[in-house]
Write a protein that binds this ligand. Structure first.
Ligand SMILES: Nc1ncnc2c1ncn2[C@@H]1O[C@H](COP(=O)(O)OP(=O)(O)O)[C@@H](O)[C@H]1O
Ligand SMILES: Nc1nc2c(ncn2[C@H]2C[C@H](O)[C@@H](COP(=O)(O)O)O2)c(=O)[nH]1
Length: 323
């Protein structure tokens, strides 16, 4: 395809706009994704990952208005451009797996293995304490387990929003300065929210077809709007038989989970296998279909076994370097 240099005026989300000569294909205009560009006529950091197809070319006047907003953002954040360039280097990976398979325990191991890896926990405490501006907070996790027919949809809207915020969180400074491979590791993701839990609730009849249509509509919209900022470079799937997870769940003794039966964990296990092993779950995001998955045998009791821990870390390191 013929390429030609052009000045591109592209809208970059809420507070950024790029206006810089960049080369682009004749029929496709490209813009920089919101998080990763610094606005300065002389300096624009571009990498392949930053380029996303533009939804439109904007008038000069609109660009002027947007530029004003961008400049005020730059004043506020100082050397944001360089930081954004570095954010761009950070890989994002989620840990997926059944309830009580050992995600948090594994996350602790990763945290202690390298300061270039940041582990972001699942926002469970937010679900346990929803601020209702009344005297006491509501425990939505408990409500969902006690009456899934009534609360499953509400739960999925809140869990997904909290996961969204978690995934959009900016990485800490130390990751921006990392020399090796900096990685942000999330416990679960907006994708497991949909393709594991919400889907399972649909199969159980706890989310109605109307609720499911509504969920899928806003979920797809949000994921598409945030684009690259929500993409994962890899997934670590901790896999163990549901029986083992059930035992661990009992040992952990979380109050809300007292009524969780083995059958529920079996269903979630099947959902994980369909998505991450058989790859038979219908997915709606192209990039997600191609995400590399590292499967680890989480039935091994590694807490006291430093050889197993070393083996896990080696596999994870190789995986991070490969993605
Ligand atoms: N590999 C393991 N071997 C034995 N027990 C484990 C292992 N991983 C986790 N556990 C225990 O199982 C329970 C659930 O682990 P946790 O990390 O909280 O799971 P998750 O975050 O996946 O829900 C905890 O009591 C933890 O100590
Ligand atoms: N119905 C849903 N339940 C969820 C979802 N994400 C997590 N959970 C539950 C499962 C556990 O009881 C608890 C925390 O999970 P861990 O596996 O980290 O222990 O929250 C969800 O999206 N829907």
């Amino acid at each position: 395809m013929r390429t030609m240099p052009r000045v591109v005026y592209g809208a970059l989300g809420r507070n950024c706009v790029a206006f810089s000569p960049i080369t682009f294909h004749r029929n496709t205009s490209w813009i920089l994704s919101p998080l990763f560009c610094h606005i300065d006529t002389k300096k624009v950091w571009i990498s392949r990952r930053d380029l996303v197809p533009s939804r439109g070319i904007y008038s000069e006047n609109a660009v002027k208005q947007m530029r004003k907003r961008v400049l005020s953002t730059d004043e506020k954040y100082g050397n944001a451009g360089q930081q954004m360039h570095e954010v761009n280097r950070i890989k994002r990976v989620s840990i997926e797996g059944n309830i009580a398979v050992g995600k948090s325990t594994f996350a602790k191991l990763l945290r202690s293995a390298s300061k270039d890896w940041e582990v972001v926990p699942e926002p469970v405490t937010k679900w346990q304490k929803v601020d209702t501006s009344q005297q006491s907070a509501s425990n939505l996790l408990d409500m969902m387990y006690k009456d899934p027919q009534r609360w499953a949809y509400t739960f999925q809207t809140f869990s997904c929003m909290t996961r969204l915020r978690t995934q959009l969180q900016l990485p800490p400074q130390r990751l921006l300065r990392a020399r090796a491979t900096p990685v942000q590791v999330f416990e679960r993701s907006v994708y497991s929210d949909r393709y594991i839990f919400a889907l399972n609730m649909v199969h159980l009849g706890c989310i109605s077809s109307v609720e499911w249509a509504v969920y899928q509509d806003w979920h797809s919209f949000l994921v598409e709007q945030f684009g690259r900022r929500l993409e994962l470079e890899g997934i670590i799937y901790l896999k163990a038989p549901p029986e083992i997870c059930h035992k661990r769940l009992g040992r952990r003794g979380r109050d809300e989970e007292k009524g969780v039966e083995l059958a529920y964990l079996e269903r979630l296990h099947t959902q994980h296998e369909n998505w991450l092993v058989h790859r038979s779950t219908e997915l709606h995001f192209e990039q997600l279909k191609r995400v590399p998955v590292l499967v680890l045998d989480a039935s091994v009791e590694f807490a006291e076994d430093s050889d197993v821990q070393k083996e896990f870390i080696m596999q994870v390191t190789n995986f991070f370097n490969s993605i």
